[in-house]
Design a protein around this ligand. Sequence first.
Ligand code: HEM
Length: 222
Amino acid sequence: MSKSEVDAGDSVHPGKPVIVDRYTVAARINHWITAVSLVLLALSGLALFTPALYFLTGLFGGGQLTRIIHPWIGVVLFLSFMGLFFRFFRLNLWERTDSVWMSRMRDVLANEENKLPEVGKYNAGQKMVFWSMSLFILVLITSGVVIWDQYFGNYFTIEQKRIAVLIHSATAIVAICVWIVHVYAAIWVRGTIGAMTRGKVTGGWAWRHHRRWLKDLVTGKN
Ligand code: HEM
């Protein structure tokens, strides 16, 4: 028997249209702290990455302040993502049907979701965002500590710091790309943004995109 797709706080409200609670207030605040800190980190990090983008330091009060603030925002992102991780990891565990979903990307992009296995609370694409971000944020905080000279300068050799800078920047670029895909998908699948702004989606949205989740909710499987 497959696991229940229902999360704490999920519930269905009959009506016209049917409304389904998808995220609690706490989960939404947690997500938006993560989102804002990632955007600020990307802007301040890109400002330090290349002289061509140095002008972005103006947003943070100049070069010195950007250098001081950037690692602290990183700590905020790390802690807040840990919150998301423990909230969401259970329903992001990979299942056999996720591999089938991925292998039929053509149907996903053609909006032919009826031809695909029924999806639980998260589809395979969302799960990939979740796990890749988990890995990237771990790599970013670890490599970030190695190059945080103010506090950890004496603990690492110059050679180690050079390697860490390379890993840190390369991972940041890939994480920014994953973030762009995440936001694009949230906009592309109409009705999804409401999940993170109001915590709610319509029954039609849930039936179309996350049918197994809706069925588990309605049948009380939890
Ligand atoms: C401004 C930027 C962002 C927007 C507009 C956005 C939008 C959304 C939306 C609409 C959802 C709900 C999707 C659904 O329930 O089907 C969601 C879920 C989620 N978001 Fe974001 N997001 C943003 C930034 C981020 C960042 C920076 C991260 C992590 C580094 C992140 C991680 C997640 C996770 C883990 C979920 C739960 C879905 C899953 O587990 O795959 N988001 N986001």
